[in-house]
Design a protein around this ligand. Structure first.
Ligand code: ATP
Ligand code: MG
Length: 195
């Protein structure tokens, strides 16, 4: 099996995430892509992040219609800050040694990779796939040769930050997030009153 792993805060998940995962799945002929919402994202300790359960449920809603996509609770259920190396260890334990893992990151996250915990083990556990993202330069962060593939994906200039700002300002988010996610945000009143 060849499984893609898309980690993120997903606050909220948007079409940029889904398009990137779909393109990587096609390019690498993946069996499936598992989305893994972060429990407590250590890079975002300085801002208010929505409850993990809301981010998990929005990810389930967004991926429900695509037979290639699944969602893992691994990071949501682990206490403490979320590190990619723990995510990959858990998924490796779940699927066994025969499954090849492809960890998907946008250009911005890939640039930060050398600051991640246990980068060497991350590279042993998964092949890294860096995807293009508007506003960011996609470059090999200088890891061991053959561990990273850079891939061009459809350019969608969408970010969760912008979606949150739009909700707060009363601006539309249709066509930026799946309809079910838009409904979920409205139903739960997410992002409305946030500084
Ligand atoms: P925020 O603005 O809150 O940081 P985000 O839009 O960057 O949200 P994350 O949950 O931080 O979303 O990102 C998860 C992963 O998806 C990261 O690897 C990120 O680089 C990637 N990603 C996010 N948006 C896009 C996009 N539009 N195109 C390609 N990759 C993306
Ligand atoms: Mg981000």
């Amino acid at each position: 099996m060849r499984v893609g792993v898309m980690g993120g805060t997903f606050d909220p998940i948007h079409l940029g995430h889904l398009a990137a995962a779909s393109e990587v799945a096609h390019h690498f002929d993946l069996t499936s892509v598992v989305f893994v919402p972060a429990g407590s994202p250590w890079q975002k300790a300085d801002r208010q992040v929505s409850p993990a359960e809301d981010r998990y449920l929005m990810t389930v809603v967004a991926t429900a219609t695509d037979p290639r996509f699944t969602v893992s609770r691994a990071d949501v259920d682990r206490s403490g800050p979320t590190y990619t190396v723990d995510t990959l260890r858990d998924l490796r334990a779940e699927w066994g040694a025969d499954t090849e893992l492809f960890f998907i990151t946008g250009a911005d996250a890939l640039n930060d990779i050398l600051s991640w915990r246990d980068t060497d083990e991350v590279q042993r556990l998964a092949h890294l796939v860096g995807v293009t993202r508007p506003g960011h330069v996609l470059a090999d962060p200088g890891l061991a040769p053959g561990t990273v593939t850079l891939l061009q994906v459809p350019a969608l200039a969408i970010s969760s930050s912008d979606v949150r700002a739009r909700v707060q300002a009363g601006a539309p988010i249709s066509y930026l997030v799946p309809p079910g996610v838009e409904s979920y945000i409205a139903k739960r009143g997410l992002y409305r009153d946030r500084a």
